[in-house]
Design a protein around this ligand. Structure first.
Ligand code: NAD
Length: 349
C-alpha cells in the first residue's frame, strides 16, 4: 500500500486534513504546508476531479506554492490550500459551504481560507458564518481587500519593467512590444498600465472578443491564441494558464523576457533550466504575481491601508532583482534560486 508520507507531492506538510460531512455531502482536503512564518494562508478550490487522488495532489502542490509565495512576498503568513471535491454537476449548497467553514474553524487558525478557482466572494460570505479564519470578503470601494486582480496586475507590471531594465537596459516600457497571453483580470490590468507607458500591446485570449476589447481599449492588436507564444516581441507575459512553458514551447519562443502573472508557468522544474539555457530572462511566477495575496493579507491581518499595500507590492522588483543577481552569480536558473530562497525563509533550507 502507498504510504501517504511517500506521496510524490508530499513535502513535509504540517497538516493534511481530510474532511467528510455526510449530511451536506462535503468532501474536502485542507493542506497546510508550513506555519513557520504565520498561519497557512491560501484559497479554496471548488473543482470536479475525475479521481480523488488528483484532489490531494492539487492541495499538496498548491499549499506548498503558497508557502513559497507568501514567504517571498515578505508576509507574516505560512502556506495552505484547500480543495473541495465537487460532484460532476458542481453542486454548491449553503450546507456544504457551512460544513467547509466548520472544518476550517476546527483547525483553530492554522489555515486561513480565501477565494480560488470556483469560489467567489458570496461563497466566502457563507463560509464566514462558520469560521473567523477567512479573508477576501466584500469591502467598501477603495478599501484594502476585495478583488485581488488589480493588485496582481500592478505587481506584474512593476516586474515586467524590472525585467526590461535588466535584460534590455530600458528604464521604461515605451516603444517595447509586449505579447500578453490571456485578456482576463490580470492581463487586462497589465495591458492598460503598460500601454500608458507607451508599450505596444499584442494580446490573445481563447475568448477572442475579450482580447479584442482590451486591444481596442489600449490601442493594441488582438492576435490568435495559438500564435501568442511564438510572436517576436520584447516580452512575453503569460497571464492565462499554467504549464505553458514546456520543452517544445520554450524552443519556439522569440522573446528575451518571460514575465507574467499566471500561476505554475513551468510545466516541470527542468523547464526552468531550459528557459535559462536559451538566455531568456524568466521572472518566477509566484514572486511577480504576489500583489493579490499582499492585498488579501493586509485585509486579513488588518495591518495597513492602501498605501501600505502599494508599498508592499512595490518591493516585488527588488525581490526579482535579488533572484536574477544570484542566478547570474551562481549560474543556477531563477526558478531554482527563488525556490531555494523561499525554502530558507520558511526554515527549510
Ligand atoms: P481570468 O479568468 O480573469 O482570466 C484568464 C483569461 O485567460 C480568460 O479570459 C481566459 O479565457 C483566458 N485563457 C484561458 N486559456 C487560454 C489560452 N490557452 N490562451 C489564451 N487565453 C486563455 O483570470 P485572472 O484572475 O486574470 O488570472 C490569470 C492567471 O493569473 C491565472 O493563472 C491565475 O491563477 C493567475 N493569478 C491571478 C491572480 C489574481 O489576483 N487574479 C493572482 C495570482 C495569480
Amino acid at each position: 500500500m502507498h504510504s501517504p508520507w511517500d506521496y510524490p507531492d508530499f513535502d513535509d506538510h504540517e497538516i493534511v486534513h481530510f474532511v467528510t460531512d455526510r449530511q451536506s455531502g462535503l468532501r474536502a482536503v485542507i493542506c497546510v504546508h508550513s506555519t513557520h512564518l504565520g498561519p497557512g494562508a491560501g484559497g479554496v478550490r471548488f473543482w470536479h476531479y475525475a479521481e480523488s487522488g488528483e484532489a490531494l495532489r492539487d492541495a499538496l502542490r498548491l499549499s506548498r506554492g503558497m508557502s513559497f509565495k507568501n514567504a517571498m512576498a515578505g508576509l507574516p503568513l505560512g502556506g495552505g490550500k484547500a480543495v473541495i471535491l465537487a460532484d460532476e454537476a458542481r453542486t454548491k449548497t449553503p450546507e456544504l459551504l457551512a460544513a467547509y467553514g466548520r472544518a476550517v474553524e476546527r483547525l483553530g487558525g492554522a489555515y486561513v481560507t480565501a477565494e480560488d478557482v470556483g469560489v467567489a466572494v458570496p461563497d466566502l460570505v457563507e463560509v464566514a458564518k462558520h469560521t473567523r479564519f477567512v479573508s477576501g470578503l466584500p469591502v467598501a470601494e477603495g478599501a484594502v481587500g476585495g478583488d485581488p486582480g488589480p493588485h496582481t496586475s500592478y505587481g506584474v507590471y512593476l516586474g515586467v519593467r524590472a525585467a526590461a531594465r535588466r535584460a534590455l537596459g530600458k528604464d521604461s516600457l515605451e516603444g517595447l512590444h509586449l505579447a500578453v497571453q490571456g485578456a482576463g483580470s490580470v492581463a487586462g490590468g497589465l495591458a492598460r498600465l503598460a500601454a500608458k507607458d507607451g508599450a505596444r500591446i499584442s494580446i490573445a485570449d481563447i475568448d477572442s472578443s475579450r482580447a479584442q476589447r482590451v486591444a481596442d481599449e489600449v490601442g493594441g492588436t488582438a492576435v490568435p491564441p495559438d500564435s501568442i507564444m511564438t510572436l517576436e516581441a520584447d516580452i512575453l507575459s503569460p497571464n492565462a494558464l499554467g504549464a505553458i512553458l514546456t520543452e517544445e514551447s520554450i524552443a519556439a519562443l522569440r522573446v528575451p523576457i518571460v514575465a507574467g502573472g499566471a500561476n505554475n508557468q513551468l510545466a516541470t522544474p527542468a523547464d526552468g533550466q531550459r528557459i535559462h539555457e536559451r538566455g531568456i530572462l524568466y521572472a518566477p511566477d509566484y514572486v511577480i504575481n504576489a500583489g493579490g495575496i499582499i492585498n488579501v493579507s493586509t485585509e486579513y491581518l488588518a495591518d495597513g491601508d492602501m498605501a501600505t499595500v502599494r508599498g508592499r507590492i512595490e518591493q516585488i522588483p527588488a525581490r526579482l532583482e535579488q533572484i536574477w543577481s544570484e542566478s547570474e552569480a551562481t549560474g543556477r536558473n531563477p526558478a531554482e534560486v527563488a525556490d531555494a530562497m523561499a525554502r530558507k525563509l520558511i526554515g527549510r533550507a
